[in-house]
Write a protein that binds this ligand. Structure first.
Ligand SMILES: NC(=O)c1ccc[n+]([C@@H]2O[C@H](COP(=O)([O-])OP(=O)(O)OC[C@H]3O[C@@H](n4cnc5c(N)ncnc54)[C@H](O)[C@@H]3O)[C@@H](O)[C@H]2O)c1
Length: 498
């Protein structure tokens, strides 16, 4: 255990034991009846005990949203840097604090029913697998994992260990996605053959040289906790270009623009068209020039921009093969003819979005499935009906954050594996695993594109710049063996995903 990690007293009684023991004292009652507690209270036995792995950044809202205003208990918070997780620690003062999730599970395993995992991408799989193997339900931030093999392993593990899972692409629960599904299922836009998806990411330093200086570790981070931050990744010294937040731009930890936004933006098309594994992927990436005519070569870093094309076969829902064209770095597609010249594309400021081109019309939306629209060849434009204005004479309606994506997961955890609540989840791993694999196919292509070997005249040959053919079932690129190194990753000694 690290020196900055809070130690837990072994004398601490778990809430569960406390409730059970109290109930015994009360004469064998194991459930405190609702009427005893009063309206609006959840009996302790109806509450989930939830722990957070990564409680700063997005982890803060994930654990607060999963707490659901006291409908659940937050029993433990695990973070390697509590200066980032201070707000969560203040909000849940009774939660025990840890830096190492393995220690947390060892010490508090029995007092944790479910875990939110909102650490950087490279630790999602290791933490989620450890939780699932102990039978804990898991809410894992997007992208589900750092690489394709991990996504497949987590998808299978959720079934094997019979846990309720949800990936943190909250837009999956946005009514905008339901609306798009209805429009498509009615046949309004016909068969879709082409999908354009774009994002303004990266909005953090990316495509820059690997830092070589060694700034001092901040007060809030010990050497031991930095080692925990690295976890299964390759060891590198601490640098503020990695933690917090900027880890996104480095393959060792993050998954670049695609990993950041792909699970939000590819989701609507993947869901509406019922897509599965892609069969082909091809890409090109932007270069950074600090010297004339000499692009920087930084295989450790994600590129400043990329253009990725994925191909999918026809599906039961969409009787046409689909070409999906992804662009990032702020490059966006042009207005399809059916979209009026001054209409924004996707988001209201056009910075991210999705366009599906169908035989009878075009369907578009922004991030999280917001602002869905349909433009039909007969001139009709459809938008989602605006919700009625609240009645000022009535109490303001309670809004549930992030379209109740975390809340519905907690309810499904209580209902159990395979329950109707579980089946109704919008991003359990059965769905979000294959979605994540698809997103990460783009990264496999980008990394393959950067493979190079020495050639004549002090030059290099970029021998991975080709179309890649994918056998999704067997997780293999079939026409270029070297690309297969990016299906999974090597784990640092002491960290194994099994
Ligand atoms: N769904 C969304 O809208 C959304 C938005 C932002 C981020 N995210 C996702 O959330 C995850 C975290 O992103 P972020 O922006 O919050 O990053 P961040 O760096 O700001 O925060 C990560 C937190 O995890 C902690 N941490 C790092 N390694 C850890 C470890 N091994 N164990 C425990 N805690 C650890 C950090 O100290 C920090 O508090 C990423 O996967 C990201 O893609 C999702």
């Amino acid at each position: 255990m690290s020196k900055k990690q809070t130690t837990n007293s072994s004398a601490d009684q778990s809430r569960r034991k406390f409730v059970k023991n109290s109930a015994l004292v009360l004469g064998g009652l194991s459930i405190v009846p609702r009427h005893v507690l009063g309206k609006g209270f959840t009996p302790p036995s109806d509450k989930l005990n939830i722990a957070a792995i990564g409680a700063g950044g997005k982890g803060q809202s994930d654990i607060i949203n999963a707490w659901v205003n006291g409908a659940n208990n937050v029993t433990a918070l695990c973070d390697v840097d509590f200066s980032r997780a201070k707000a969560a620690a203040d909000k849940f003062p009774d939660a025990k604090k840890f830096a190492d999730f393995r220690v947390m599970f060892d010490q508090m395993g029995k007092d944790i029913d479910a875990v939110t995992i909102s650490s950087p991408d490279h630790t999602h799989a290791i933490a989620a697998m450890a939780a699932m193997q102990l039978g804990k339900h898991v809410y894992v931030q997007k992208p589900l994992t750092h690489n394709i093999r991990e996504a497949r392993m987590l998808t299978e593990a959720a079934r094997k260990y019979r846990v309720v899972s949800q990936m943190g692409n909250q837009g999956a629960s946005n009514p905008g996605q339901t609306q798009m599904m209805e429009w498509f299922n009615k046949g309004l836009i016909g068969k879709v053959s082409t999908v354009y998806i774009w994002t303004n990411r990266p909005v953090w330093p990316q495509g820059i040289p690997v830092p070589t200086d060694k700034p001092a570790m901040p007060e809030s981070m010990s050497k031991e906790n930095w080692d925990l931050f690295i976890g299964p990744a390759q060891y590198v010294d601490y640098h503020p270009l990695y933690h917090p937040f900027k880890w996104r731009g480095w393959w060792n930890f993050g998954t670049g623009a695609l990993g950041d936004m792909g699970c939000h933006l590819i989701d609507p098309a993947f869901r509406v068209l019922g897509l599965g594994y892609p069969t082909e992927v091809e890409c090109s990436v932007g270069s950074t020039f600090l010297k004339d005519w000499t692009p920087e070569y930084v295989p450790e870093g994600c590129p400043t921009s990329s253009n990725v094309q994925l191909k999918f076969p026809a599906t039961k829902k969409n009787a046409s093969p689909v070409t999906m064209i992804w662009t990032d770095g702020g490059i966006r597609p042009f207005h399809p003819d059916l979209v009026p010249a001054s209409d924004p594309l996707g988001d209201n400021d056009s910075s991210n979005g999705v366009i599906m081109i169908g035989t009878k019309g075009v369907m578009t939306c922004g991030t999280y499935g917001l602002v869905p629209k349909v433009y039909l060849k007969n001139g009709t434009k459809l938008e989602m009906p605006k919700p009625p204005l609240p009645d000022p004479s009535k109490p303001a309606p309670v809004t549930i954050p992030e379209y109740a994506h975390q809340k519905s997961w907690t309810e499904a955890c209580k209902a159990g594996f395979d329950s109707k609540e579980h089946k109704a989840l919008t991003s359990s791993f059965d769905y979000s695993g294959p979605l994540t694999e698809t997103v990460l196919m783009g990264n496999l292509a980008i990394r393959s594109y950067n493979l190079r070997r020495p050639a004549a005249n002090n030059r290099f040959e970029f021998y991975g710049r080709q179309k890649l053919l994918w056998d999704g079932t067997n997780m293999r690129i079939t026409n270029f063996e070297d690309a297969n190194q990016f299906v999974g990753r090597e784990y640092r000694e002491g960290w194994k995903l099994a």
